[in-house]
Design a protein around this ligand. Structure first.
Ligand code: C2E
Ligand code: MG
Ligand code: MG
Ligand code: MG
Length: 289
């Protein structure tokens, strides 16, 4: 009867739950090992000037090549890393790898593009973030101005006092600060002003259909105006189409990032991209001749 059916469903549910929990624990253990065994790597996505399309910076995005499961996306393992506290170790690895990459470009006589690294709220509230960032810079003798840190807006809202304090320290250290996924949280103007970051990144959910959705177009426009009124640079992320880029340029958005320009690329492919997309190669006066 119905009672049996209920009991069966319950049993099924419990089995499913414990299966998920085991999978998660396994993934956590794998990730712990993966960090030590160099299974992580960084891909770099270009950020360009919305007008000239010249490179202004890069965003480092972590990738994990699991020995059996292949590539696992950060959307899947970052939350596990955050809940288990592994994010602190993982975050250190990312910081050091990004700084090391910029230092090797410098050693090769190149001026590296400023590179942004994503920082999780757990890293921010764990304490010692400033020291960890300073250590990563020192380990590769990289000047702080080359490094940018991206902090998600919703995370900044959780512990406002602490966030403000840490951001002030980081700013003092000389790194650049940007607010990621902007528009999805609820920052007040007053709070935003106190944080004194350098850049706002408009969340890709607003950019995605800004050319067909009036409400999102209005939000994008408002964020650009807000950012500029506070003296901040504004970047739109997730730009996939030329008409989005054109609309953003027309509205005075400073920078764009997205598949239209380039996907996140491993270093070797980034080098190819840089060579083939130099401003000269895209100069319309050259194409015309
Ligand atoms: P995010 O920092 O907001 O990064 C933007 C995400 O959008 C990236 O996904 C990027 O690959 C993707 N993306 C870029 N351009 C486009 C586009 O034109 N269209 C679409 N649909 N997507 C685009 P990814 O690499 O999977 O990273 C997802 C999130 O994982 C990141 O969001 C960030 O919150 C987190 N994450 C990635 N790497 C790290 C890291 O090293 N540390 C921490 N704490 N979090 C990271
Ligand atoms: Mg980001
Ligand atoms: Mg984002
Ligand atoms: Mg995001």
């Amino acid at each position: 009867g119905a009672k049996d059916r209920g009991r069966n469903q319950m049993r099924f549910f419990a089995r499913e739950l414990s299966h998920r929990a085991r999978e998660r624990l396994q993934l956590e253990a794998d990730l712990r090992r993966g960090i030590d065994q160099n299974q992580l790597c960084l891909h770099y996505q270009p950020q360009v000037d919305a007008q000239s399309r010249t490179l202004t910076g890069l965003e480092a995005l972590v990738r994990w090549k699991h020995p059996e499961q292949g590539m696992i996306s950060p959307g899947e393992f970052i939350p596990i890393a955050e809940e288990s506290g592994l994010i602190v170790q993982l975050g250190d690895w990312v910081l050091r790898a990004a700084c090391h990459q910029m230092a090797s470009w410098r050693a090769a006589g190149l001026r590296p593009p400023r590179t942004a690294v994503n920082v999780s709220a757990v890293q921010l509230s764990h304490g010692q973030l400033t020291q960890r960032v300073a250590d990563a810079l020192a380990a590769s003798t990289l000047p702080a101005e080359y490094l940018e840190l991206e902090i998600t807006e919703s995370f900044l809202m959780r512990d406002q006092e602490r966030a403000q304090q840490t951001l002030a320290e980081l700013r003092e250290l000389g790194v650049r600060l940007s607010i990621d996924d902007f528009g999805t949280g609820y920052s007040s103007l007053a709070y935003l002003q106190k944080l004194r970051v350098h850049k706002l990144k408009i969340d890709l959910s607003f950019v995605r259909d800004m050319t067909s959705n009036q409400a999102n177009a209005a939000i994008v426009k408002a964020i650009i105006a807000l950012g500029h009124s506070l003296g901040l640079e504004v970047l739109a992320e997730g730009v996939e189409q030329e008409d989005q880029a054109e609309e953003l340029r027309a509205q005075g958005c400073d920078l764009i990032q997205g598949y239209l320009i380039a996907r996140p690329l491993p270093v070797a492919r980034l080098h190819n991209w840089l060579v083939s997309s130099t401003p000269l190669a895209h100069d319309p006066s050259i194409r015309a001749s």
